[in-house]
Design a protein around this ligand. Structure first.
Ligand SMILES: *Cc1c(COP(=O)(O)O)cnc(C)c1O
Length: 361
């Protein structure tokens, strides 16, 4: 009997409308800072419920420029969590600032009860990360940030469309950053990102920083800028993806519900603690994670670990402290296949294999 087709960890959606959008840009001859980006920025801001959206070359660059625009530099400290993608830390380091970490709680996101103790006189900013598509408990985080006068930046690179108390991630702080990397809930089929804020002055600074720091009219460069623009073909694809985002997220939630139902309590399944989850990743925990992973991969089912090395263990970073909750999770977490277009049959096959492993273990 032929073995069944492999199941990828994630699968992007590319439609004819996206292909047509790319052709439209190619025919237009305008490839950067044109109508597609301007339209996307308007549409993205409206969707997220913010005043400004600025298209950036990647989520990493968006985080970097956001901190730069907020004036973060050498001597400053920025607080984030150990359980996140390396990019969150890179953005802080690119500014010459130091990283301070706060452990996560059972939601896999920043534990607000540990935040205040991490603040020092040098702390300038806090970056909570809405990990796996589930928001951080923002109200207590925002309360601490406001009391200490700190810049609050959401890393919303995994949470396009997720809500907290009725408002979308990206609109819950001073500013937010999104990624359009291929595996994210919406993509540009390449690299891209978005910076959002209600603060017009901050948006203007990020616009300047993404395009050489030079005033387009006068050619005068007041600041050392970067080349970090989101190009027109990507913006055109993103406009189509944004219109489909709610449908994508509904499909992800449907797949998550099927996982929840079939897995039961054979493994620790993700919980929704508050707000709405958009399941960028479907992350389970099992004490024998490595063997479970090997079992699944041996049967053509791709899995991931997000993340195997917490930030304070990364050789390229210097971060003090110990973070037992994150360390414990890092040994047990496993990301199962998830996207808007994985079929029920695929989810059922993954679950059957997980249950076989758990039963035999
Ligand atoms: C993907 C991601 C980023 C970086 O986005 P890129 O577009 O890949 O640069 C940053 N933070 C988190 C949490 C991410 O998942």
């Amino acid at each position: 009997m032929a073995s069944p087709a492999p199941i990828p960890l994630s699968r992007p959606v590319i439609t004819q409308e996206m292909k047509d959008a790319v052709c439209r840009v190619l025919d237009s001859g305008r490839f950067v800072l044109g109508d597609e980006l301007a339209a996307l920025e308007k549409e993205f801001a409206a969707y997220m419920g913010v005043d400004n959206a600025v298209g950036i070359s990647s989520g990493t660059d968006a985080l970097h420029l956001a901190l730069k625009a907020a004036g973060i530099g050498p001597g400053d400290e920025v607080i984030t969590v150990p359980n996140t993608f390396i990019s969150t830390a890179l953005a802080i380091s690119y500014c010459g600032a130091s990283i301070r970490l706060v452990d996560v709680d059972r939601s896999y996101t920043m534990d607000p009860s540990k935040l205040e103790a991490a603040i020092t006189p040098r702390t300038q900013a806090i970056i909570p990360v809405h990990l796996y598509g589930h928001t951080c408990d923002m109200n207590p985080v925002r309360e601490v940030a406001e009391r200490h006068g700190l810049f609050l930046l959401e890393d919303a690179c995994q949470s396009h469309g997720a809500t907290y108390k009725g408002a979308r991630t990206g609109s819950l702080a001073d500013a937010g950053c999104f990624s359009f990397y291929p595996s994210k809930n919406m993509t540009v089929a390449g690299e891209g990102g978005m910076f959002v804020t209600d603060d017009d002055g901050l948006a203007e600074k990020v616009r300047l920083l993404r395009a050489y720091g030079a005033n387009a009219g006068t050619g005068t460069a007041e600041v050392l800028g970067y080349n970090a623009k989101l190009c027109e073909m990507y913006a055109a694809i993103a406009r189509v993806q944004l219109r489909m985002l709610d449908g994508f997220n509904d499909a992800r939630r449907k797949n998550a519900a099927l996982y929840d139902k079939l897995l039961g309590d054979a493994v620790v399944t993700p919980r929704v603690h508050w707000g709405t989850h958009v399941y960028h990743l479907y992350v389970i925990r099992h004490p024998d994670r490595d063997a479970l992973r090997a079992h699944l991969e041996g049967r053509g089912i791709s899995c991931g670990i997000h993340y195997p090395v917490p930030l304070h263990r990364q050789p390229c970073l210097e971060v003090p402290g110990s973070f037992p909750v994150t360390e414990g999770f890092a040994k047990e977490i496993l990301s199962l296949p998830m996207s808007a277009v994985h079929t029920a049959k695929e989810i059922e096959r993954v679950c059957a294999e997980v249950l076989t492993f758990v039963k035999d273990a």
